[in-house]
Design a protein around this ligand. Structure first.
Ligand code: FES
Ligand code: FES
Length: 193
């Protein structure tokens, strides 16, 4: 298993047989990597890069605990092969706070008491950011429906929906034209950069 973090392009000629070179930008930092082709994005984050904020629940695409943003789109990291994402920009929960200040979605989870054990929370937060960027949620029921792939064993769903919907309403108020047209605001993505 080989993991290299550096800024120059990978030397593809020097890659040992069976090891695939690739580059990813993770939370704004460029990583040149050499991976076995079956390495999932989730295992890359947790086992190779020690970014353990992203959680492994089922490891089978069933629970949403591993949700991260890939080029702004929410995906289950346990189902994605890292080598298939060469060149992508990945945002994990570790990349959301800025200068010691929580991302508004993180703050909303705190304010609305939207977690108990917290194991599902990084996935919930990344999923919520992807959801708002998609621009298809126009009310709290939409939030509940479109977050249904993120399970919470503690059953904190009411407060999770309240937190996400509070941020949705805030964004809709601050960008009324975009919200009225049902278009993505990109506000969450811009904050994450
Ligand atoms: S760990 Fe990926 S969906 Fe459950
Ligand atoms: S807060 Fe415990 S699983 Fe969601």
């Amino acid at each position: 298993m080989h993991t290299v973090t550096r800024t120059e392009p990978p030397d593809t000629a020097a890659a040992p047989a069976g090891i695939v070179p690739l580059e990813l930008t993770i939370n704004g930092a460029r990583h040149a990597l050499r991976l076995e082709p079956w390495t999932s994005l989730l295992d890359l984050l947790r086992e190779h890069l020690q970014l353990t904020g992203t959680k492994k629940g089922c490891d089978h695409g069933q629970c949403g605990a591993c949700t991260v943003l890939v080029n702004g789109t929410r995906i289950n990291a346990c189902l994605a092969l890292a080598v298939a994402l060469d060149g992508a920009e990945i945002t994990t929960v570790e990349g959301l706070a800025r200068d010691g200040e929580l991302h508004p979605m993180q703050q909303a989870f705190v304010d609305h008491d939207a977690l108990q054990c917290g194991y599902c929370t990084p996935g919930q937060i990344c999923s919520a950011l992807g959801l708002l960027d998609e621009g298809h949620a126009h009310c709290r029921d939409d939030v509940r429906e479109q977050m249904s792939g993120n399970l919470c064993r503690c059953g904190a769903y009411v407060n999770i929906a309240n937190a996400v919907d509070a941020v949705r309403r805030e964004q809709a108020c601050s960008q009324p034209d975009s919200a009225a047209n049902g278009q993505p605001t990109n506000a969450a993505r811009e904050h994450a950069r």
